[in-house]
Ligand binder design. Structure first.
Ligand SMILES: [Zn+2]
Length: 74
């Protein structure tokens, strides 16, 4: 069993900020694991000065998050 917690921030690229930010998944744990298996988009958010930015992870960041969970680093 992984110790991954869905409320743990991880680095992802925000298109609006055009930089790496600490993002939070908007899915619960089971939905997130399903999405990471390629069956859905991983919706994430982070708080910016003008408001929340919400987007779906690109395939590269999805793989990064998936690998981090597999290694229990997130
Ligand atoms: Zn942003």
């Amino acid at each position: 069993m992984t110790k991954f917690k869905v409320n743990t921030p991880f680095l992802a690229h925000c298109n609006t900020c055009n930089k790496e930010v600490s993002a939070l998944p908007l899915l619960n744990r089971s939905d997130l694991l399903i999405a990471l298996q390629g069956k859905g988009n991983v919706r994430v958010m982070h708080v910016a000065t003008e408001g929340d930015h919400i987007w779906s992870l690109n395939s590269e960041d999805t793989v990064t998050l998936s690998n981090a969970i597999a290694k229990d680093l997130v």
